[in-house]
Design a protein around this ligand. Structure first.
Ligand code: 5GP
Ligand code: MN
Length: 335
């Protein structure tokens, strides 16, 4: 595996390129993928973005959204593109198991794999790598990639809007400790070439349906459980809850942060009974490692303060498993 700069000579002539990212892509997964997409198009390559699953409506405004292939909806076409690719860029994840059934197809492709990512513990499936766990967002790394390729002057409004979306969402609107002076300089460049910061914030955060807002009320009033001795808050949602409020992809995003926003709460979880599996989103404040809990108990991982995982147990059993794990962390949660 080589540093990503070694790829430069290979991208001098047009190549078949696939860009992919993690399932249920978030603002950074889509923003970084589409930002890179527009850049590589400008360089004359034949580029396709393929996502393992669909993604929330509040990301559909992103430039290039109409060209994205969702693997589960267009499998044959995607398999063909993956098999025929010269390069596959893997963004915002670092292990092929993370991308479901697509992982095997990507692994089997003769294409060189390029990892651009900021999650801990990358696996070794890639040929070229731009990895920095200190980066706030993969979108920040895509900007760095353009700079390292000597193409900073190719930044335009489309690329900048995509990258801004990734950075804004993964930084919690510029409030997390991962926000650095370097990141603000990157963002200054993005705004300078046309990223409309106020508009992008509105498109992502202020476009929910009335039903979704009432659903948030329901979660906070009727579903929120607090475990004061463990400084932990939990919201568990049944299939019926999702049906009653016609909850769609992305509607549950961000709700866990309300649980975490309570004074003295250090650890918050939302556990959701999805179609085939139970999904968990975990968030923490300060030193408490949400990713360790995700890894140890829920086949997951992620960042120190924002992680996720899953369980093949029932919702009730998963909730019990979560609650039973808390005593182990009692001391850490009470520092
Ligand atoms: P979210 O809770 O927003 O779905 O995810 C938060 C963070 O945890 C993201 O950085 C995401 O990549 C990571 N994450 C979420 N689900 C999983 C999972 O099932 N496995 C792993 N390894 N990471 C996950
Ligand atoms: Mn990310």
């Amino acid at each position: 595996m080589q540093a990503i700069t070694a790829i430069k000579p290979h991208l001098q002539t047009p190549k078949n390129i696939v860009i992919t990212t993690h399932p249920k892509p978030d603002g950074d997964a889509m923003g970084s993928s589409l930002g890179l997409y527009h850049y590589l198009l400008l360089k004359g390559h034949n580029v396709h973005v393929i996502t393992p699953t669909d993604y929330p409506f509040f990301l559909h405004w992103l430039p290039g959204n109409g060209e994205v292939l969702v693997y589960t909806e267009r499998k044959d076409e995607s398999d063909h593109l993956i098999a025929a690719a010269d390069f596959i860029f893997c963004l915002d994840f670092n292990g092929l198991r993370r991308i479901n059934g697509m992982g095997e197809v990507v692994g089997a492709s003769k294409a060189k794999k390029v990892m651009i990512d900021h999650h801990l513990e990358p696996e070794n499936f890639d040929d070229y790598r731009l990895w920095n766990a200190g980066a706030c967002a993969t979108a920040e790394l895509v900007y760095d990639f353009m700079v390292q390729m000597g193409d900073k002057e190719l930044l335009n409004k489309q690329i900048a809007s995509c990258l801004y979306c990734g950075i804004m969402t993964d930084s919690g609107s510029f409030r997390f400790s991962s926000v650095t002076a370097h990141l603000h300089r990157v963002v200054a460049d993005l705004i300078e070439v046309g990223a409309d910061n106020a508009r992008i914030h509105e498109l992502v955060y202020d476009t929910y349906s009335e039903k979704r807002t009432r659903f948030l009320g329901y979660c906070l009033k009727d579903k929120l459980q607090i475990f004061p001795e463990y400084r932990t808050a939990l919201i568990a949602l049944t299939k019926q809850d999702l049906q009653d409020y016609e909850v769609s992809s992305g509607d549950t995003e961000g709700i866990v942060n309300y649980a975490l926003s309570i004074n003295n709460i250090k650890f918050a979880a939302i556990i959701i009974d999805r179609n085939e599996i139970v999904k968990l989103s975990l968030r923490s404040k300060g030193e408490f490692p949400a990713n360790e809990v995700a890894k140890k108990y829920f086949e997951g991982g992620g960042h120190h303060n924002a992680a996720g995982g899953q369980s093949s147990l029932s919702l009730e059993e998963t909730v019990q498993k979560f609650i039973s794990a808390l005593p182990e962390y009692k001391e850490l949660l009470n520092v």
